[in-house]
Design a binder for this molecule. Structure first.
Ligand code: TAP
Length: 454
């Protein structure tokens, strides 16, 4: 198979050549993971915890290097890329507290003792998308390792560089050979092999809902355990009684973070009709003020899109004659640039309003009352994140409970903390990552009864 050339999305220049993993090489890696499994699950809990902490420490001393790789290989602004590398460290530290705390239960039964154990699920296949190569790797990797499972990670073909480096750092930190392996290459080859191979006992997939459905069907053939984080089309609901200045000032970051290539992007802004015009007036300077440019500059807020093909896909949602209300700026010339774009007024059947654009395009539409807002927010097959802006506490709670979504913020757009659960309703996913419960996804509960009376 020919080597894949990783391009810098802001310069279109080659950054690195990466040898793709063949199906045969993937099988060999799976065999190494199986061989490493028994020893890894038997590493004493305190020792496994210490290894995860040293892995986190080694990541910590390589934050700048990892961030620079993500700037070059993915076009992420450097400030964001540093946060992403730090997130891998933090998630490893959080789950390093888990090995000694994977407690079972003791359940009262007649004639004996009944106890449960949280057993490792087995070899984990972790399939990662290109939009957040580091955090999404860490969210699967850390709890899987903590629970005693070996991990095979398949980064997206376009963005393998940080995952490959993190794999090297794991060995430097002292993780045994075979416990964490990185397999760059194509989803249709390596990813598919992880799904099909019977020795891989669990798949963690983040990516598009289309591929997710195929993976789910593949896993069903072996009743393989599966966690999925898929697409989104989240609503930012702005009520007339909110702090409108703050809602407008923060709406761009909620929609254009990572150039809109964010599953949590609040790409539909629903605004109560009586403040709709005023909201747009306030939104315009905020959008025009987004600093779009060289991702290596610390002042940059938004970088390029990942590829020329993806930019063409995003641009197709804004054809000639599209209702563009206003736009921010983007550099001319080389690089896969696309300006922050606000569509208003938008028809409710416009694909830019109904489909996940996965680029810096946001639609702003009016609603009349609370019931209308909830119905519009829920009128999508997705349910990943969302925001509600209001000063009415009762309404904030009612709407937060009524919107069918896994993560919701009130007067804020924060969705992700490594110590709180994250995942989607409806076609946005299956299961939860992060937080205290993610370990359940990497363990099987075993019940053991010991007779005390023979
Ligand atoms: P996909 O095209 O679905 O790719 C995701 C990963 O799956 C890539 O590593 C891909 O490999 C691999 N893959 C493709 N076909 C496969 C197959 N048949 N078997 C196994 N693996 C296969 O998604 P994307 O375009 O990279 O990412 C964008 C999508 O991810 C968006 O929909 C976004 O909303 C979603 N996303 C969701 C979340 C959460 S947390 N819910 C977070 C980030 C992104 P290659 O592409 O390398 O061939």
């Amino acid at each position: 198979m020919p080597a894949f050339t990783v391009l810098n999305p802001s310069t279109e220049q080659p950054v690195a050549q990466v040898e793709p993993t063949s199906a045969e090489a993937a099988d060999a890696a799976i065999a190494r993971a199986v061989a490493a499994q028994a020893a890894w699950r038997n590493v004493a809990p305190g020792e496994r915890a210490a290894l995860l902490r040293s892995f986190a420490d080694v990541i910590d001393t390589h934050i700048e290097e990892l961030a620079a790789l993500e700037v070059a290989g993915s076009g992420h602004p450097v400030g964001q890329a540093r946060w992403e590398a730090g997130n891998v460290r933090d998630v490893l530290r959080y789950y390093s507290a888990a090995p000694e705390r994977l407690c079972g239960k003791q359940i009262p039964v007649p004639g004996g003792l009944d106890v449960t154990f949280q057993e490792p699920v087995g070899v984990v296949g972790l399939i990662v998308p290109w939009n957040f190569p580091m955090p999404i790797l860490g969210w699967g990797l850390a709890p899987a390792l903590a629970a005693g499972n070996p991990v095979l990670a398949k980064p997206a073909e376009r963005t393998p560089l940080t995952a490959i480096r993190i794999g090297e750092l794991a060995l430097e930190a002292g993780l045994p050979e075979g416990v964490f392996q990185v397999l760059p290459g194509k989803g249709s080859v390596v990813g598919q092999r992880l799904v099909d191979h019977p020795d891989v006992r669990k798949i963690v997939f983040t990516g598009s809902s289309e591929v997710g459905r195929e993976i789910m069907a593949g896993c069903a053939r072996q009743v393989k355990r599966l966690t999925m984080e898929l697409g989104g089309k989240s609503a930012n609901i702005v009520f007339a009684d909110c702090d409108l200045e703050q809602a407008a000032a923060t709406a761009p970051v909620a929609a254009f973070d990572n150039a809109g290539q964010d599953c949590c992007a609040r790409s539909r802004i629903l605004v109560q009709r009586e403040v709709y015009d005023r909201f747009l007036e306030l939104l315009e300077p905020a959008v025009k003020g987004v600093a779009v440019g060289d991702p290596a500059s610390p002042d940059t807020e938004m970088g390029p899109l990942i590829s020329a093909e993806h930019r063409a896909r995003v641009a197709a949602y804004v054809p000639d004659g599209a209702p563009v209300a206003f736009r921010g700026s983007a550099p001319d010339g080389t690089g896969y640039w696309y300006p922050p774009t606000v569509l208003a007024p938008v028809r409710l059947d416009d694909p830019a309003y109904t489909e996940e654009v996965f680029g810096p395009v946001v639609a702003v539409v009016p609603f009349d009352d609370e019931a209308d807002a909830v119905a519009m927010a829920n009128d999508t097959p997705y349910g990943l994140s969302g925001s509600v802006w209001t000063r009415d506490v009762g309404r904030a709670i009612r709407v937060a409970r009524a919107v069918e979504t896994g993560n919701l913020s009130v007067n804020s757009h924060a969705s992700v903390r490594y110590w709180t659960p994250f995942g989607g309703f409806k076609q946005s996913g299956l299961g939860r990552e992060l937080g205290p419960d993610a370990l359940d996804a990497f363990t099987e509960t075993k019940n053991v009864f010991i007779a005390t009376e023979l």
